[in-house]
Design a protein around this ligand. Structure first.
Ligand SMILES: [Zn+2]
Length: 596
């Protein structure tokens, strides 16, 4: 994360980029020799059990960007800390008066809770705070919120926007599928100012003033942005792209539904299922057990595997098209390929301008060809209208047919079918669209890579792992009554003990004189060593090679050279608990099967 534009902008120079200028970030530079600590927050409402959907928790986690992402996101590294559990609002009947009142209370409560959570951060972000670093030195640090990892609905709640709008830019909901140009970045401070200046337009009144008000605030709900008071933070920058929910459980899932419609139209569903079920298992890939259209709910892992083989299976199912099918099939396959290529490139751990330009190219190609699936984005209302079309046409023709001679009726029937098809397509073209927010969110991936680095490190999957360790284990240990307190105290105890053990282990390694009972306790609390892995056996053994001398003869190298190389390999690559003997004489006597 330290190589990204964000870090540079925050600590060195005011940035000239338009989206930073538009934001409310106060571009103060940090003093010389001070350290920026990027704070990354996470939150997600989760079910505690599968049986009772009412048992929920809403944890807030925190981690820092100074840690390497491999350590930060490793399960068990304790780099993600549980800050607290947010109150879960009660569910009331929709559109009732009580529900409206409750919504306002919920928003105020959430604002109050986040104010408490962020209170220690604001002072430190402004003035800096002395913090002891991992190497024992004390530095003046500026903890600044740099990101909030959440899915779209969570962002909607926390930023106080409407669900059909983008949290990063002012793209109107009716243009979300458009690829043309960038819209102005959101300026949450400006919305807040405008709302303060127009307090009378709080309720929804359908007059011109309210229309102007909503136009100015771009789908913002009054005073519900919990990040508004954070120092040196732009709410726009906090949003992070999410591969799991945007691509795998979003676009790819939609694409599977569209593909089913497409295959049905071409009568190739069975061919797709046959090819799908014929996929053999492979390390890291479990073969499908049933046809993809029979799967009712897919998880992220399944969708990721689907992404690996979708294009191949589709190409097999759509082979040997007739002359009318060639063009639509080509466009559909290009569309699928572009999305999958985009997905693969977005998962890169490092990028160059070239890889980013490839990503952009694939996204543009996807947007250009996505209309091949437009007729499968049909809404219920449009479907009802298209069902009405034949009836209407029949009514119109009924009177005409009385005057038409029977010999011409066959030709008229064909004309009717064609006209009906044309009308249906016209209706679909005019009423169907791809205007949903996940279609638009992929357009922010490029800017994110420049500003915050690669996309997978901000994946919401790491948050799911934290749920298991920090919330669900505590829930299982609780008596399920007033569980929130028990979860927090269970986590707090475990975390404190683990940190103490880590500190004592560090002191022991540094040669500190620890009391005997502490050393004994450390020995006891140390996890049991993992059993030694089975030594690999050389499967393709050549005849007459029994030891190092034979091996050297076969390779045309001296036994001394082989022994030296083996000792070097042992020091560099083998785990310390099972090294090779460093004595050349013993090495020479060992059978070759043990030299791994
Ligand atoms: Zn946007």
């Amino acid at each position: 994360m330290h190589t990204t534009d964000w870090w540079w902008d925050v600590q060195v120079l005011p940035c000239s980029l338009f989206y930073v200028k538009a934001s409310n970030r106060s571009q103060e530079t940090v003093p010389e020799a001070a350290t920026v600590v990027p704070i990354i927050g996470m939150s997600d409402q989760m079910n505690l059990t599968n049986i009772s959907p009412d048992k929920k928790a809403w944890p807030v986690y925190m981690t820092i960007g100074n840690l390497p992402s491999t350590i930060r996101n490793r399960p068990g590294s304790r780099a993600i800390l549980l800050l607290g559990l947010l109150p879960i609002p009660p569910k009331l009947v929709k559109s009732s008066r009580a529900e409206k009142l409750q919504t306002q209370i919920n928003a105020k409560t959430l604002l109050g809770v986040f104010e408490l959570i962020f209170a220690p951060l604001n002072g430190a972000a402004r003035e800096g705070a002395p913090i002891e670093c991992a190497n024992g030195k004390i530095r003046r640090c500026f903890p600044i919120m740099s990101g909030w990892i959440a899915d779209h609905m969570e962002n909607v709640t926390l930023c106080g926007i409407k669900s059909s709008t983008c949290p990063k830019c002012e793209m109107p909901p009716e243009e979300l599928a458009s690829r043309a140009g960038h819209h102005r970045a959101r300026d949450y401070a400006r919305y807040e100012r405008y709302q303060r200046e127009n307090p009378s337009l709080d309720s929804e009144t359908h007059d011109a003033a309210y229309a102007h008000y909503t136009n100015e605030t771009h789908g913002i709900k009054r005073g519900q942005n919990v990040f508004q008071e954070l120092m040196r933070v732009s709410t726009t920058d906090l949003h992070k792209p999410d591969m799991l929910h945007t691509i795998y459980l979003g676009l790819l899932k939609h694409m599977m539904d569209w593909n089913q419609g497409f295959l049905k139209k071409l009568a190739r569903q069975q061919a797709f299922d046959d090819a799908w079920e014929a996929l053999p298992p492979y390390p890291g890939f479990f073969g499908p057990k049933k046809a993809s259209r029979e799967v009712t709910q897919s998880q992220g892992k399944e969708m990721r595997i689907l992404g690996l083989c979708l294009l191949g299976v589709l190409a097999v199912a759509l082979r040997q098209p007739d002359s009318r099918q060639v063009q639509p099939i080509r466009r559909a396959l290009t569309c699928v390929r572009s999305l999958l290529d985009f997905t693969m490139m977005a998962q890169y751990r490092s990028h160059t301008p070239e890889t980013i330009s490839y990503m952009e190219e694939y996204a543009t190609q996807f947007h250009k060809t996505k209309d091949s699936y437009l007729e499968f984005r049909i809404s219920k209302r449009t479907q009802e209208k298209t069902d009405e079309l034949p009836k209407e046409l029949r009514r119109q023709r009924a009177q005409m047919r009385e005057r038409v001679p029977p010999s011409h009726r066959h030709r008229i029937r064909d004309d009717d079918r064609e006209e009906q098809n044309d009308q249906r397509m016209e209706l679909i073209q005019s009423e169907s669209n791809f205007n949903f927010v996940k279609m638009h969110l992929i357009s922010h991936f490029r800017d994110h890579i420049y500003m915050f680095g690669n996309i997978p490190v901000y994946s919401t999957e790491y948050r799911e792992l934290a749920h298991k360790e920090q919330i669900k284990n505590g829930w299982r240990c609780s008596n399920k009554i007033d569980a929130a307190r028990q979860i927090l105290s269970s986590y707090g105890r475990q975390h404190a003990i683990r940190m103490r053990i880590l500190n004592l282990e560090f002191l022991q390694r540094a040669g500190a004189d620890l009391p005997t009972e502490v050393v004994e306790h450390l020995e006891k609390s140390r996890p049991a060593p993992t059993p030694a892995a089975h030594r690999r056996i050389l499967k393709v053994r050549r005849h007459n090679i029994h030891d190092v001398v034979d091996f050297g003869r076969a390779c045309d190298k001296s036994a001394e050279t082989i022994c030296q190389e083996l000792i070097r390999y042992s020091r560099l690559s083998l785990p310390p608990e099972r090294p090779l003997p460093e004595n050349a004489a013993i090495l020479r006597a060992l059978p070759v099967e043990l030299l791994t």
